[in-house]
Design a protein around this ligand. Structure first.
Ligand SMILES: [Zn+2]
Length: 172
C-alpha cells in the first residue's frame, strides 16, 4: 500500500498548484465579507490580480486526503454517488473547524469495479479493496486546488455531514 503513495505525481497534476487560476502570479486567499444587507459571504481572492469569486458551499474531507488534494497529488475524490455541482467549492478539513482551501469539481465517473480502481490508484491514492468495502466507487474529478493563505473558521451546523452551505449563520 505504500509504494504507489510514494510515486511522483505527473507534471500536469502539479501545474495548477496554489497559484491564482487567472494571473498565475498571486496566491489564493479567502475572507468573510459582510454585505450591505448584513449577509455574510465567503470570497476567494488573489494576492496579485482582481480575481474574486464567491464560494457557496464546502465539502468535508479528512486531513490526509485533503493534503494530497491541495498538493495536486490526488485528483479524484471517491464517494458513493455522483455529484452535480460544477463550481468552486470550499474544502473543510475535518476536526479543524476551518475551510482550508478551494477546488473545482469538473465531472464524475462511476460506479467503478476493482480493475478500474486499480488502474487509477495514482488519481484517487487509495486501496481499491478499501474503497469497495466503503462503497466509494464513484470518482469526483477535481481541478485547480487552491490552499488558502489563511484558513477560514466557520461554525459546523448540527447534522451537516458531507456538505456545509456557507450561510451567514455558519460564517458569522
Ligand atoms: Zn491572480
Amino acid at each position: 500500500m505504500r509504494n504507489y503513495l510514494a510515486e511522483k505525481p505527473r507534471e500536469e497534476e502539479l501545474s495548477f498548484q496554489q497559484t491564482c487560476s487567472e494571473c498565475g502570479e498571486g496566491f489564493a486567499f479567502a475572507e468573510k465579507k459582510r454585505l450591505e444587507d448584513d449577509n455574510i459571504i465567503l470570497l476567494e481572492q488573489c494576492t496579485e490580480c482582481s480575481y474574486s469569486k464567491r464560494i457557496n458551499r464546502a465539502l468535508t474531507i479528512e486531513n490526509d486526503p485533503i493534503t494530497k488534494i491541495l498538493k495536486g497529488i490526488k485528483t479524484w475524490e471517491m464517494r458513493d454517488r455522483h455529484c452535480r455541482i460544477r463550481e468552486s467549492i470550499g474544502l473543510i478539513e475535518i476536526g479543524t473547524g476551518t475551510i482550508v482551501g478551494a477546488m473545482e469539481i469538473i465531472g464524475t465517473r462511476g460506479p467503478m469495479g476493482r480493475e478500474e480502481l486499480l488502474e487509477n490508484k495514482k488519481r484517487h491514492c487509495s486501496d481499491p479493496d478499501f474503497l469497495l468495502s466503503k462503497g466509494w466507487d464513484h470518482a469526483w474529478i477535481l481541478k485547480k486546488p487552491r490552499k488558502f493563505v489563511n484558513p477560514i473558521p466557520y461554525k459546523h451546523p448540527r447534522g451537516a455531514q458531507m456538505w456545509v452551505k456557507l450561510t451567514k449563520k455558519v460564517l458569522e
